[in-house]
Design a binder for this molecule. Sequence first.
Ligand SMILES: Cc1cc2nc3c(=O)[nH]c(=O)nc-3n(C[C@H](O)[C@H](O)[C@H](O)COP(=O)(O)OP(=O)(O)OC[C@H]3O[C@@H](n4cnc5c(N)ncnc54)[C@H](O)[C@@H]3O)c2cc1C
Length: 647
Amino acid sequence: MTKIDSKIPEGQLAEKWSNYKAHQKLVNPSNKRRLDIIVVGTGLAGASAAASFGEMGFNVLNFCIQDSPRRAHSIAAQGGINAAKNYQNDGDSIYRLFYDTIKGGDYRSREANVYRLAEVSNSIIDQCVAQGVPFARDYGGTLDNRSFGGAQVSRTFYAKGQTGQQLLLGAYSALSRQIHKGSVKLYTRYEMENLVIIDGRTRGIIVRNLVTGKLERFAAHAVVLATGGYGNTYFLSTNAMGCNCSAAISAYKKGALFANPSYVQIHPTCIPVHGDKQSKLTLMSESLRNDGRIWVPKNLEDAKAIQEGKMKGDEIKEEDRDYYLERRYPAFGNLVPRDVASRAAKERCDKGFGVNPTGLAVFLDFSEPIARLGEDVVRQRYGNLFQMYEEITNENPYKTPMMIYPAIHYTMGGLWVDYELQTSIKGLFALGECNFSDHGANRLGASALMQGLADGYFVIPFTIQNYLSDQITVPRFSTDLPEFEVAEKEVQDKIEKLMSIQGTESTDSIHKKLGNIMWDFVGMGRTKEGLTEGLKQLAEVKKEFWTNVRIPGAKDDQNTELEKALRVADFIEMGHLIAYDALNRNESCGGHFREEYQTAEGEAKRDDENYSYVACWNYTGEDKEPELIKEELNYEFVKVQTRNYKS
Ligand SMILES: Cc1cc2nc3c(=O)[nH]c(=O)nc-3n(C[C@H](O)[C@H](O)[C@H](O)COP(=O)(O)OP(=O)(O)OC[C@H]3O[C@@H](n4cnc5c(N)ncnc54)[C@H](O)[C@@H]3O)c2cc1C
């Protein structure tokens, strides 16, 4: 049976990371040159790791599916990145960022990891400023901050509504420098399809060249996955269309544990679904909740009139508006964490107070801040987001309140990793959204960019050396070894099977069915009955996919439909894992809300006695139920309590 060792260093919380760094093994410069590292992914996590490894002197092979690293999904991140600099002098500290993150994650993450994250957060800002990232500055020229959910301080650094873009350009510059120096070799339009394991250690990957369709083999002393999250399992999400979980699922099928798959984040401020022909949802950044106020009508008749198009939001009098977040959570108001805000919106809409024709929308209103600050200030802060909203909806948000509704956005679950970011397979590491660490059951806004860059710039450059230090005498591997042969054959067989089906359903239509099942049964409100039914329907979708999908074109050629089909095959596996984990977790915590487990006020009800663990799932074979292995969570430094955003 796979044993869990999270490798948390000894000592006081604030000393663990320093102790680790003081005692870890190092690789000397001449040995670094003899060691190869594969990094899959060029988003913030992958690009920062690959650039750092290159700078350190390792040989790096860096892969991505897009035609440029700059097209990784990270480029889309809007709102900001957290750090505990306390520039606002509003009471922030490393401990407070740590505490807010643990609490925000509903006490389902590891203390030591989260503390380290808070500790290195300040270095990230220094690193990015040194790279020239144009963070917003205040009138005096110092870096500006704004507030994000789940915090009472302003600790979010931002670059208008394009923070991810600017950070990725910074990481890309660092990466480009290494590519130019020859320490990093970049492979664009390559998709990892399988992992190669030799004598229990990860030694390479099988990739499909997306331009030629050919399978190719690459060997290395260690493999780092930074391939992002699995939100697109739900078909409709705020994620970029190319986001997928295939690399993570192939690692899972080779023995890497998958942790907490049911922890999926539903973001409260997205443009509502407007028809069944959509393939993408648009996020309106959480930063908008700094100034925007969320409300629905107090009276059902008004809501009905709006739904029927007989009335507009701005015709509702102030006293007839229900600012339900401010009413329910006076201390945090519109800045409650995402899970809380999403559920509150659903609750109002379920009761009939929704404000669009489908009844599935609430208002995000800027009339008060525009009156207080002026339109110019609001435009400076959020101009590009307002413009994006108007382009999509044809409504001017400076004049009429925006309409928003929760949507799938981020996945807290992922490949299980220990303190060193190593998965349960030796020599395989996972970074960024691809791993499960740090956010528990709910991620706070602006913390994903922080985690991805912490992992890539400041954690893995140390921890990977501890692994590689005993690999210095291991010569480079030949890709002609039988293990490479077998791994490639597995992919070849899978592709041939898919191409031979030639059924009647397109990949997209099956993906959409998968997404509908996931949203209906494994979405914002989950029940035992719903999850059981969902699992049944997921099995039917899997059968339909493998007997009736139609993939045009050839396998040995550029074929975007085949690319999609390979990804959807893995989304189906992922869907099963999410539902299975959700059914096992008989409690509500963070983004996982089981309707059976709620307080009288409709808040999530945890069961710490029985579920204070990381659920690690071990693959046991095709169509067999996975095995559950538990990593108990021990809270030594914070008192575990019910989350309170009211007072
Ligand atoms: C619309 C939106 C806005 C957001 N805004 C914020 C924000 O303001 N602040 C914040 O903290 N977080 C934000 N997030 C979350 C954050 O953007 C992501 O969590 C983060 O960027 C993920 O980075 P990553 O490096 O882990 O993965 P990604 O950026 O998704 O990169 C994945 C990389 O892996 C590659 N890849 C994937 N599969 C394969 C494969 N099989 N083979 C080869 N390569 C592969 C891709 O090509 C890509 O290079 C936002 C998310 C969304 C959807």
